[in-house]
Design a protein around this ligand. Structure first.
Ligand SMILES: Cc1cc2nc3c(=O)[nH]c(=O)nc-3n(C[C@H](O)[C@H](O)[C@H](O)COP(=O)(O)O)c2cc1C
Length: 618
C-alpha cells in the first residue's frame, strides 16, 4: 500500500520545515531494522566503497545524524548526514524553507542549521558498526574567521565515524562559501585537507555547486585530482530559478487578490532617513508584517502590510546607482513630469500643484489592512513609532473609509475595476473562466507575459551581488550553460504599484452619463441600447452588477437574465460578487473619496523581489 497519498495532506498542513522536523521525530520511533536486500545489479563501487545501490539520501535531510539507520532500512543505498559544522549554529532566520508545490520542489535557505560535529559524532558512534554506508558532509561555520581550519577540524573530528567524508563548498546559503571553489582558494583548502587526512581514513569527496562559470568544472576536477580527492558529488542546489511557476511565498498578497477580508486600513507615506543603516533597520521592523502569499493564508494575522518603494527610497536603502538606472523611466520620473502629466491628464484643474499629496514621489508607501480598525491602527502606530525611534519624520497618512458592506463603489457599481485572474494563482487554479486568465508576466516581474516574453525588469551586475543572493535574470535550470556571470534580477516576484487618490464626484458622474446617453442615443443600432448605465459601464469597465463587458456587450448579465436571454442561477451570481469582493480592485471599494475636492494622484514604485531585502544584513 502506498502511504504517501495519506501522509501528504498531513505534511502539507504544516509548513515545510515543521513537516521535516516532524518526519525526523517520527522516524526516531522506528526501531532500527536491517536494510532490504537490493538486487545485485544495483551494486556500485566508488572510491573503494561497495554501495548496495547508487540511489542514496543526499545531505540535508538528516543534518544531525538522527536517523541514518532508519533511512538505510527504507532502502537507500547510502545516507549522507550533515552538513555538520565544528560548532552548532542556528542557520538563517525562519521561514527559510519554501514549498513550490506545483513544481514539486522547494527553495532552501536553511544556512547549515545543525547541532555541531560533536553531537553528530556521539550519535554515529552509538550506531555502532553501521548497517550500511553513512557518509558525513562537513562544512564551515558561518561566522568562522578561518573556514579552511573548520574543514580541517571536520576531517579530523568525523573521520572515525564516516564511511566517506564530503567537503561541502557548494551551499548557496552560507555567504561566500562557494568562493572556496575558486582555483586559489580550492587549492589552499584541499592541500590543508590532504595534510589533515589519515591515509587509512575514509575516502574524501568534494561536493560542488551546479552554477559554475565557463571552464570552472575542468579547473575544479583538475585541482581535486591533484589533491587526491576520491570523487566529486555533482551537485548542490542551484541558485537559478526557472520562471515557470509562481514563487508565491515571495509575492505580496495583494497580487493574489484584494485583501477585502481585512476591511479596515490606512495608507502611510514615509520618507526614509539618509543613513542607510537606519533606513534598513526600519525596513527590518516592517518586514515581519508584510503579507506574502495567497491572502487565504493570512488567517492568523489581524493586520498586515503591503509595501512599495520609490526610486529615492531604494537609493536610501543602498541600491547601487547602476541598479536604479535599469528601472523604467516612468518609475524613475514619477507622475509629475510634463510629459507624464499630459499623458495622464494631470493638467489644469488636475495639475500636480493642486494635489493633496504626491507632488514628490514618496520613498515608501505602506498599505496597512486590519480586520478591525484598531488592529490596523495599532500596526500603523508601531511602525510609526519605530520610524520615530530612528529619527524619521511622521508619515503622511491617508485613511481609508468604509464605503458600504454591499461591496459597491460610490458610483453604485459592484466593483469599479475589471479584474483579470493571474494564471498560477489560487483563483487561476480554481475554475477560473479562461476569458479572465492572464499570464503572471503581465503583472509580476520575472515571468513570461501573454506573448511568452519575459518583460525586462530591474537588474544588477553579478559583481554587485558577490554573495550570490539574488536570482539570475531569465535563469533556466540545467547545467549546460555557465550562469554565474549572468545579471542578477532585483525585480523578481515584484510588481509596480501605482497609488492615485481620485475625487469621486458621484453627481457629476451621473449627470455626465445621462448627458452622453442622450447625445449618443441614436448612434448604434439595436441590440445596442445607449442608456445612462451603458455609458457608465463603458467608463467603469463593468456593468453595474459586476458582469463583464466582454461577455455582455449589450446589457448586463442580470438584465439579460431578466429578459430570458441567459440563465443566471443565484449561486453563480453570489459567486461572482463574492469573487469581486476579493479581487484586487475591490480594495478601492472601502475608500470613499467623495469628499475630496481635488485630484490627488501619486505614484509609488515597485514592490521588489523580496529576496533582495531579506538578504541585506541589517
Ligand atoms: C532542504 C534542503 C537542505 C539541504 N541541505 C544540504 C546540506 O546541509 N548540505 C549539503 O551538502 N547539501 C544540502 N542540500 C542539497 C542536497 O544534498 C542535494 O545536493 C540537492 O538537493 C540536489 O539534489 P536534488 O536535485 O536531488 O534535489 C539540501 C537540499 C535541500 C532541498
Amino acid at each position: 500500500m502506498h502511504l504517501y497519498p495519506f501522509i501528504r495532506p498531513l505534511a502539507f498542513a504544516l509548513d515545510a520545515e515543521t513537516a521535516h522536523r516532524a518526519t525526523i521525530a517520527a522516524l526516531k520511533w522506528v526501531p532500527p531494522h536491517r536494510p532490504p536486500n537490493l538486487p545485485a545489479s544495483l551494486r556500485t563501487r566508488v572510491a573503494g566503497l561497495d554501495f548496495p545501490s547508487p540511489i542514496g539520501l543526499a545531505a540535508g535531510f538528516d543534518k544531525d545524524a538522527e536517523v541514518p539507520e532508519q533511512m538505510l532500512a527504507l532502502g537507500f543505498g547510502f545516507v549522507e548526514v550533515g552538513t555538520v559544522t565544528p560548532r552548532p549554529q542556528a542557520g538563517n532566520d525562519k521561514p527559510r524553507l519554501f514549498r513550490l508545490a506545483e513544481d514539486r520542489a522547494v527553495i532552501n535557505r536553511l544556512g547549515f542549521n545543525n547541532q555541531g560535529q560533536p553531537a553528530a559524532f556521539r550519535r554515529l558512534i552509538e550506531c555502532g558498526p553501521s548497517r550500511g554506508i553513512v557518509g558525513v558532509n562537513i562544512g564551515a561555520n558561518k561566522d568562522s574567521a578561518d573556514r579552511i581550519a573548520d574543514y580541517v577540524s571536520g576531517v579530523r573530528a568525523m573521520s572515525r565515524v564516516a564511511r566517506y567524508l564530503t567537503i561541502n563548498v557548494s551551499s548557496p546559503n552560507t555567504p561566500g562559501l562557494r568562493q572556496l571553489q575558486d582555483e586559489g582558494a580550492l587549492r589552499a583548502l584541499l592541500s590543508a585537507v590532504a595534510e589533515a587526512r589519515d591515509p587509512k581514513g575514509p575516502p574524501i569527496f568534494l561536493k560542488v555547486a551546479p552554477d559554475l562559470g565557463a571552464g570552472e568544472p575542468e579547473q575544479i576536477v583538475r585541482v581535486a585530482i591533484q589533491h587526491g580527492i576520491d570523487a566529486i558529488i555533482v551537485a548542490n542546489t542551484t541558485v537559478a530559478r526557472p520562471a515557470l511557476k509562481l514563487v508565491s511565498s515571495e509575492i505580496q498578497s495583494l497580487m493574489f487578490g484584494g485583501l477585502g477580508f481585512l476591511k479596515f486600513g490606512t495608507c502611510l507615506l514615509f520618507e526614509l532617513p539618509e543613513d542607510i543603516q537606519a533606513a534598513r533597520k526600519w525596513l527590518a521592523a516592517v518586514m515581519p508584517h508584510i503579507a506574502f502569499n495567497d491572502g487565504r493564508r493570512l488567517v492568523d494575522k489581524r493586520a498586515v502590510v503591503t509595501l512599495a518603494l520609490g526610486a529615492r527610497g531604494l537609493q536610501r536603502l543602498g541600491l547601487p546607482e547602476q541598479g536604479l538606472a535599469t528601472f523604467p523611466f516612468a518609475f524613475l520620473d514619477g507622475m509629475t513630469t510634463a510629459a507624464r502629466a499630459r499623458i495622464l491628464g494631470d493638467v489644469d484643474r488636475n495639475a500636480s500643484e493642486r494635489w493633496a499629496w504626491g507632488r514628490t514621489q514618496p520613498d515608501v508607501a505602506l498599505l496597512i489592512y486590519g480586520d478591525e480598525q484598531h488592529f490596523a491602527d495599532e500596526l500603523a502606530q508601531s511602525l510609526t513609532d519605530a520610524a520615530a525611534d530612528l529619527g524619521m519624520a511622521k508619515p503622511y497618512g491617508i485613511p481609508l473609509k468604509m464605503v458600504s458592506d454591499g461591496k459597491e463603489e460610490p458610483f453604485g457599481f459592484v466593483d469599479g475595476i475589471s479584474q483579470p485572474v493571474i494564471r498560477g494563482t489560487y483563483k487561476g487554479l480554481r475554475k477560473a473562466d479562461p476569458i479572465h486568465l492572464v499570464e503572471p508576466g503581465e503583472f509580476i516581474l520575472g515571468y513570461p507575459d501573454n506573448r511568452g516574453n519575459t518583460p525586462p525588469g530591474p537588474t544588477l551586475p553579478a559583481l554587485a551581488d558577490p554573495d550570490n543572493q539574488l536570482p539570475l535574470v531569465g535563469a533556466v535550470g540545467g547545467f549546460d550553460k555557465a550562469v554565474v556571470e549572468n545579471e542578477r534580477d532585483i525585480g523578481f516576484n515584484g510588481t509596480f504599484l501605482v497609488i492615485r487618490q481620485l475625487e469621486q464626484d458621484v453627481q457629476a458622474f451621473k449627470k455626465y452619463c445621462a448627458q452622453e446617453a442622450r447625445r449618443l442615443a441614436d448612434r448604434l443600432p439595436p441590440p445596442y441600447d445607449i442608456t445612462d448605465e451603458f455609458i457608465a459601464a463603458k467608463l467603469i469597465g463593468r456593468w453595474k452588477d459586476g458582469s463583464s463587458l466582454t461577455r455582455y456587450q449589450y446589457e448586463s448579465r442580470i438584465e439579460s437574465a431578466r429578459r430570458g436571454l441567459v440563465q443566471v442561477n443565484e449561486t453563480v451570481r453570489a459567486r461572482t460578487s463574492a469573487q469581486a469582493a476579493i479581487e484586487p480592485g475591490s480594495s478601492s471599494t472601502r475608500c470613499d473619496k467623495t469628499t475630496t475636492t481635488t485630484f490627488s494622484p501619486t505614484q509609488t514604485p515597485p514592490q521588489l523581489g523580496f529576496d533582495f531585502f531579506r538578504n541585506w544584513r541589517f
